[in-house]
Design a protein around this ligand. Structure first.
Ligand code: CTP
Ligand code: MG
Length: 219
């Protein structure tokens, strides 16, 4: 099994705000994107960035070497597909697709995903849902049994040819992750335990949360 990581970092980070897209902001003095790259030590990393962001990426990465840098597209899925093509050109058999906006990635999660790939074509890290879930718009509707529900994180691990083929035939709305694209083609996805540190930087307050996590960070 030859594995590459694909980090998608071509988003605008509109919800997080700030002067630069969130993947180029500092977290504990180190750029968010650089932390994501560092997490994949020993695994070649392909990065997808927005148009014209080469200089910003180079400044953020410093001396870190990456396998390729590709320009993404308007939707996350467009960016993923651009990166998948770059990973395929490198000849690997499997890929770990990761959001740059999840910079705190424990090695244990990567190891769990790689182990799962020995017996499955796909694997994703998940966390349990702890709040009560219910339908409703202005008044409360039915409660949804949370016992079988999961919060899905990244990295998401796949056999490379399988996830490329799944994206090739996807006709649904813009998907928020790749596992749903894979599953639509019948690829069985193994669930492995995720990690709270992996929660995505989405809103401004998430940076403060991540700084706190960093205080006790042991990758
Ligand atoms: N992403 C991407 N290309 C896009 C959109 C998103 O590579 N066209 C990446 C983001 O850079 C991020 C990940 O996908 O690492 C998850 O997306 P999200 O958290 O939604 O980031 P943004 O799209 O940047 O944020 P927002 O939706 O608030 O603008
Ligand atoms: Mg987005």
């Amino acid at each position: 099994m030859q594995v590459a990581a694909l980090i998608v970092a071509a988003g605008k980070g509109e919800r997080a705000g700030g002067d630069v897209p969130k993947q180029f902001r500092l977290l504990g003095g180190i750029p968010v994107i650089a932390r994501a790259v560092d997490a994949f030590a020993g695994i070649p990393v392909h990065i997808v960035i927005g148009e014209g962001q080469e200089a910003e990426l180079a400044a953020a990465l410093g001396s870190r070497a990456v396998a390729s840098v590709t320009t993404g597209g308007a939707e996350r899925r467009d960016s993923v597909r651009a990166g998948l093509a770059a990973a395929a050109a490198s000849g690997v058999s499997h890929v770990l697709i990761h959001d740059a906006a999840r910079p705190l990635l424990p090695r244990a999660v990567i190891d769990r995903l790689l182990t799962a790939l020995h017996t499955a074509d796909g694997a994703v890290p998940v966390l349990p849902v702890v709040d009560t879930l219910a339908r409703g718009t202005t008044t409360l509707g039915d409660t949804i049994d949370r016992a079988t529900l999961h919060r899905i994180q990244t990295p998401q691990a796949f056999r490379l040819d399988a996830i490329i083929a799944a994206h090739d035939v996807w006709t649904g709305d813009a998907p928020t992750d790749d596992a749903q694209v894979a599953r639509a083609q019948g690829i069985e996805i193994t669930l492995v335990p995720g990690d709270a540190a992996l929660d995505k930087l989405t809103h401004p307050a998430d940076f403060a949360r991540a700084e706190t996590t960093l205080g006790r960070w042991q990758p």
